[in-house]
Write a protein that binds this ligand. Structure first.
Ligand SMILES: O=P(O)(O)OC[C@H]1O[C@](O)(CO)[C@@H](O)[C@@H]1O
Length: 402
């Protein structure tokens, strides 16, 4: 199957009734806006944020030209991940960007952006995160101060309320990733519609507290304002709950603007420790947990793959299969989890994640068209309201399949 258009999940019987994959070839649609407005704006912002020399600037200009009216070109030179991308290709190289699945094209765009800035090349720009200036500004910003201060109020709450609060902070931390803020709608976003569109939050704790030592995987999304509450939640799992071990999955290289990489984990733990008070204690406990191995940071290449999780490789499948619970953070992970398809929003969540090898919960604010697991009345009310509820980041959900 070229790109899973008609179902055909690897390792499973073809599901011919699956809806079509989302592409960016409809002018005016959300994916079209990402590819034609957000990505060019991002190329410009990256060029402004770091003092690259003429070669890198030329490469950024070429990337802009390629995504504007060109076809998808292969990576040039002796790159370390050529074989990987060949295995992920699905026949899209050489076709128009807009005709590839949105998920695939977006992901490849970020890989090409890293190529343009020389992130993997020998030389001065190797390993320089092009998004670091944005991430750093956020980590040092006022919003983060508030987040850290709020941790002080937790100790006076009963444990169940602490847990609920931490899950909600981790959930809403996903609201505004830095890529999302590159669009006018995203820049103005910030409202929250209280009352989740789906709320399986109460299912989390019985799953984690069950008999036997638990191991939790948290598949992180953005750095800064999202990773800090994720880390606070991890601290709760390790310190207050009887969780033996947490695997924190972050991206092996910069991706989707603000996605967390290992350097962001280190920066966030430092930020927590430096804050003093309750946040400082969280930071110190996390540092100790990293030293002892109870908190392990993982970077799997598939975390930056342009494919849904139902195509995950065997070692990652085993990792999730052996976890008591996997927490999937954010919009992109949600798209990869349920499949980036034009699902009817009332499609049961469990039906879309049947392939997932262990208990899984998604914490996600809605920033793209994909959504499943909603009640018909909820959908009718959202549609009647007339505002862009699927993509504005104002709505959130917690969905579990245990
Ligand atoms: O950081 P998150 O929550 O994964 O959101 C990233 C989202 O932003 C977009 O890339 C749009 O810019 C979506 O396609 C994607 O799902």
């Amino acid at each position: 199957m070229a790109d899973g258009d008609a179902g055909g999940r690897p390792g499973e019987a073809a599901v011919t009734s699956d809806p079509p994959v989302i592409r960016s070839n409809v002018p005016g649609s959300f994916p079209w806006g990402v590819m034609h407005e957000r990505h060019p704006a991002l190329i410009r912002r990256v060029g402004e944020a770091t003092p690259y020399g003429p070669d890198r600037r030329r490469a950024l200009d070429l990337l802009l030209a390629e995504i504007t009216d060109g076809v998808i070109r292969p990576l040039e030179g002796p790159v370390h991940d050529r074989e990987l991308w060949r295995s992920w290709d699905r026949g899209h190289l050489g076709r128009r960007w807009d005709d590839a699945p949105f998920l695939w094209a977006e992901s490849y765009f970020y890989r090409k952006l890293l190529a343009a800035v020389g992130y993997f090349d020998p030389g001065p720009w190797r390993g320089i995160d092009p998004f670091e200036p944005f991430k750093q500004a956020e980590l040092l910003g006022k919003g983060v101060d508030e987040e850290l201060r709020a941790l002080g109020g937790l100790s006076s709450m009963p444990v169940e309320e602490q847990a609920r609060t931490l899950v909600h902070r981790a959930l809403w931390g996903n609201q505004a990733d830095l890529g999302f803020r590159l669009s006018a709608a995203g820049a103005q976003a910030g409202g929250q519609v209280t009352g989740l569109l789906a709320d399986d939050g109460d299912l989390i704790w019985p799953a984690v507290d069950g008999p036997g030592p638990a191991r939790v995987c948290l598949v992180a999304d953005n750095a800064g304002g999202e990773l800090l509450p994720d880390l606070a939640l991890i601290d709760h799992l390790l310190h207050t709950r009887a969780v033996r071990e947490v695997s924190l999955h972050v991206k092996p290289s910069p991706y989707y603007v603000s996605d967390a990489v290992p350097a962001d984990v280190v920066a966030s733990v430092r930020r927590l420790s430096a804050a003093g008070g309750a946040a400082g204690e969280v930071g110190e406990r996390l540092r100790a947990a990293m030293s002892s191995g109870r908190l392990a940071v993982r970077t799997h290449a598939f975390s930056c793959a342009p494919l849904p999780y139902d195509e995950m490789p065997g070692d990652l499948r085993e990792e999730f299969a052996s976890a008591t619970l996997t927490i999937m953070k954010g919009d992109l992970n949600y798209r990869r989890l349920v499949g980036d398809r034009a699902w009817a929003p009332t499609t049961p969540f469990a039906e879309t994640v049947g392939y997932f090898p262990g208990p899984v919960v998604a914490l996600r604010t809605l920033k793209s068209d994909v959504v499943v697991g909603l009640g018909a009345e909820t959908v009718a009310a959202l549609e009647a309201d007339g505002r862009p509820w699927r993509t504005s980041g104002t709505h959130a959900l917690i969905q579990a399949r245990l």
